[in-house]
Design a protein around this ligand. Structure first.
Ligand code: PFF
Length: 463
């Protein structure tokens, strides 16, 4: 196998690229929605506990496996335990599936960025605007192809010259934008048609207060599972991405500190996203206005921005630019994971591999983008929700494959290879593995059980 020469320049480059992968639409549209739905501060508390325990364990495992083997998922698992090659292949298929639709979502966000930049804030707030857009057979395809092409161009330029460079530029700006919009959200105040005045600070309080009224054990478990599935989607673990990124980390980088920083960045942006979205929605629409996923970003928020008057255009621009940065840096990590695996399997150059993959994924993105018009259909998923093409890809990769892969990889590391294997990698270079005991207990005993429950629940087996 050809030796990999690509590397991140050092710790900062690695942390920003990994945080770039981790911070994505999950932070911006899923986290705030779940927090508002799942009891505010109660969800936040559960999430924070999970981040520093199970999230940390899964992230550590992926990154250490990558750096130890210097390979991507398929090659890495094969090297660790030849009989477990299937796990590498399974892992490889997660980004393969995600890539079919991630650029489509990136395209939607880019479209809204353009809408706000061209001063069409009130048009975007009209009922039916988003539906009219995604059901059109042209515009969503054009934006998806554009987003895919930009992603491919960055990956084509390599690890340091493409991915790291873009992440170093975009991630700090993203952070500043999110802080700016969140601060503005807190200053809002609005008197509704019912004569009631609601303020951003009340909204913040609603977001942060643990709502435990009427809490049952069943509900508590449901919230914990929501937090768990959000967590590993958010950290980009169990999909081979962090294995690939880990394989580019130089031996002298302190993994222990890097991992804490990635966790901190990802969780910080998620918390800030909640602080910018929940109060703003609360002020203008009350507690009923928090939609899920795309409807929050493309339907509820445009109405909120419109209600802000002129400021809404500025806030809309800042918000969608930060969303474009978040999505682009995630999208490049997905393509990079696929590219790196293919380069190792087929012994091809980066440039050639990216070119071939671009053709495939430009076509795939166009098909998925047409899933709401030309190729429209609706099926019922095992978990009960109605789904189109994009939702099916999302369901298979995130709800079925990711928990299964996490489960298998914790068994492999915890019981077959033994945790010491990862501990050694973590202690290499200048690093000291501060959460070693915690890691060992979680990878062996806690994570396998939690992942099994999550898998059974999200596939609908455990109704
Ligand atoms: N971690 C990203 C987020 O929270 O939005 C999502 C993500 C990125 C998922 C990359 C999958 C992926 F391959």
């Amino acid at each position: 196998m050809k030796k990999k020469q690509s590397n991140f320049s050092g710790q900062v480059g690695f942390v920003l690229a990994a945080a770039g992968s981790a911070v994505g639409v999950g932070n911006l549209w899923r986290f705030p929605y779940l927090a508002a739905k799942d009891g505010g501060g109660l969800f936040l508390l559960i999430y924070l506990v999970l981040v520093v325990t199970i999230g940390f364990t899964l992230l550590t495992s992926d990154i250490a496996i990558g750096r130890k083997t210097k390979k991507s998922a398929i090659g890495a698992y094969t090297e660790l335990a030849p009989k477990w090659k299937f796990l590498g292949i399974l892992t490889f298929f997660v980004p393969v599936l995600i890539m079919t639709y991630y650029a489509v979502i990136g395209g939607w966000i880019t479209k809204y960025g353009v809408v706000y930049l061209t001063g069409q804030a009130s048009a975007a707030a009209q009922d039916g605007y988003f539906t009219a857009f995604i059901t059109s057979p042209v515009s969503p395809v054009v934006f998806a192809l554009l987003f895919m092409a930009v992603t491919a161009f960055i990956v084509y330029n390599g690890v340091e010259g493409g991915i790291e460079k873009v992440s170093r530029f975009m991630m700090p700006i993203l952070l500043v934008l999110v802080i700016a919009v969140a601060s503005y959200s807190l200053t809002l105040s609005h008197t509704g048609a019912d004569g009631e005045t609601r303020t951003g600070l009340q909204g913040l309080l609603y977001y942060l207060t643990p709502h435990t009224e009427g809490l049952t054990i069943h509900r508590f478990l449901q919230i914990s599972l929501d937090a768990m599935s959000q967590l590993f989607f958010s950290l980009s673990v169990s999909m081979g991405i962090m294995i690939t990124y880990g394989s580019y980390v130089k031996p002298d980088v302190d993994l222990n500190r890097s991992i804490s920083q990635i966790e901190f960045f990802d969780t910080g942006v998620a918390l800030l996203a909640g602080a910018m979205i929940v109060p703003a929605v609360y002020v203008f629409s009350g507690t009923e206005g928090m939609g899920a996923g795309p409807s929050l970003m493309f339907i509820s928020l445009p109405k909120v921005f419109d209600a802000m008057g002129f400021a809404g255009t500025v806030v809309g621009i800042l918000f969608f630019v930060s969303a474009i940065f978040a999505t682009l840096t995630s999208c490049i990590s997905v393509l990079e994971a696929i590219t790196a695996n293919c380069m190792e399997i087929f012994h091809t150059s980066r440039k050639k591999t990216v070119l071939v993959l671009s053709v495939i994924y430009l076509a795939a993105s166009a098909v998925i983008a047409l899933g709401y018009s030309v190729f429209y259909f609706e099926v019922q998923l095992p978990n009960g929700s109605a789904a189109q093409l994009l939702d099916i890809m999302d369901y298979v990769s995130n709800s079925v494959m990711m928990p299964l892969i996490s489960l298998l990889s914790t068994i492999l590391i915890g019981w077959v290879l033994k945790p010491q294997f990862i501990v050694e990698e973590m202690e290499k270079g200048s690093g000291k593995f501060t959460r070693k005991a915690l890691y060992t207990v979680i990878i062996r005993y806690v994570a396998p059980i939690v992942m099994l429950i999550l898998f059974l629940q999200s596939t609908g087996i455990l109704a």
